[in-house]
Design a protein around this ligand. Structure first.
Ligand SMILES: Cc1cc2nc3c(=O)[nH]c(=O)nc-3n(C[C@H](O)[C@H](O)[C@H](O)COP(=O)(O)O)c2cc1C
Ligand SMILES: CCCCC(=O)C(=O)O
Length: 359
């Protein structure tokens, strides 16, 4: 029986997964305050529909960083898909391609980027800038050659978050036979060396982003920019988009939900950069709320892992199909013909917030 919602799918995945793997996917850092905040923020924000607008069937297709996509829902980068299903990222890539959705391939993907490109769908590649610029540049060339359409540079990880579930469970490394395939340097004959560990560096600066800007002509999105002052700084570095994200509550704990930070970031940027949002998106109404507050698209992390765990490619296809139909229904119920029709007037802001936003 197919799950009727992402919540049902999550429960099924939990019953199927090894508890250590489930915790690795589900967990957040420290007290998991941010993890809980992400979903709560959507539940707390109400929608007030418009009626009798006659907009017909809503359209979901849009442009994201030069890619024409069938829906404003992107697959966020998540590590280690082969821990969820033997076909791992290959299954995810096929489901994304069939749905016309972008897959953001994690730097910690357990499948090589060249294999994922064979699925034929649009791919973005997530990068942790490595202190070894030579390695980073070689990886950028590799993902360019594989046909990736953008780089998503994660900037919220100057050090890895402390995930107490993994410490308790003793999860330290991938099992034998699995590694971060894109961390294996390619030799001159195309043979792959042993995988390097991913470095998380507190020494990175905007200059490193500007170096990357000079090094590639691919569009660059920065993932994990949350402060309006950093959003403005990002404009100067020549990047093309921002992911408003607290890394699914896995890095700095007690960071508010991205949904709550979105309005201030949208105000600071005044439309000069497209914003994507991830963290806690589990329903079409969640996606609609983010779009109404100014996001161009949302991204989903854990739901894809639940889909993979339950049904491999078909499971991920089901996740995308559920969210797609829920978003269509939510737009229709709000009297919107597309995301362009969805603005903050659909949101039930408290009196206090209304006063703040109009002052
Ligand atoms: C198991 C797991 C692995 C992740 N791996 C990465 C990663 O390799 N790189 C990255 O930038 N973000 C990573 N993230 C964060 C996601 O890209 C995304 O920000 C987050 O999962 C969104 O929240 P959601 O899971 O509530 O949808 C990971 C998240 C999870 C749950
Ligand atoms: C070395 C793997 C990094 C994955 C990651 O970013 C996460 O688990 O949140």
């Amino acid at each position: 029986m197919k799950a009727l919602s992402l919540r049902e799918l999550e429960a099924t995945a939990r019953s199927l997964l090894n508890p250590r793997i489930h915790d690795l996917f589900a967990g957040g850092s420290d007290d998991e305050v941010s993890l809980r905040a992400n979903e709560d923020a959507f539940a707390r924000l109400g929608l007030i529909p418009r009626v009798l607008r006659g907009r017909g069937e809503p359209r979901l297709d849009t442009d994201l960083l030069g890619c024409r996509v069938a829906l404003p829902i992107v697959i966020a980068p998540t590590a280690f898909h082969r821990l969820a299903h033997p076909e791992g990222e290959r299954a995810t890539a096929r489901a994304a391609a069939a749905a016309g959705a972008i897959l953001t391939v994690s730097m910690a993907s357990t499948t090589a980027i060249e294999e994922l490109a064979q699925a034929g769908g649009p791919l973005w590649f997530q990068l942790y800038l490595q202190p070894d610029r030579g390695f980073t540049e070689a990886l950028v060339r590799r993902v360019e050659a594989a046909g990736c359409k953008a780089l998503v540079v994660t900037v919220d990880s100057p050090v890895f978050g402390r995930r107490e579930r993994d410490l308790r469970n003793g999860f330290t490394d991938l099992p034998p036979g699995m590694c971060c395939e894109n961390m294996r340097p390619l030799g001159p004959d195309g043979e792959r060396g042993p995988a390097r560990p991913i470095a998380f560096s507190p020494a990175l600066t905007w200059e490193d982003v500007e170096w990357l800007r000079r090094t590639t002509s691919l569009p660059i999105a920065l993932k994990g920019v949350l402060h309006p002052a950093d959003a403005k700084r990002a404009l100067e570095s020549g990047v093309d988009a921002l992911f408003v994200s607290n890394h699914g509550g896995r890095q700095l704990d007690t960071v508010p939900a991205p949904l709550e930070l979105l309005p201030a970031l949208a105000d600071a940027l005044g439309g000069r950069l497209p914003l994507l949002l991830d963290g806690g998106v589990r329903r079409g109404t969640d996606a609609l709320k983010a779009l109404a507050l100014g996001a161009r698209a949302v991204a989903i992390g854990r739901p894809v892992l639940w889909g993979l765990a339950v049904g491999g490619e078909a499971g991920v296809a089901h996740v995308l199909a559920l969210l797609r139909s829920e978003l269509e229904r939510a737009l229709t119920l709000c009297g919107c013909g597309s995301a362009d029709d969805a603005g903050p007037e659909l949101l039930h802001l408290s009196r206090l917030e209304q006063r703040w936003r109009t002052s």
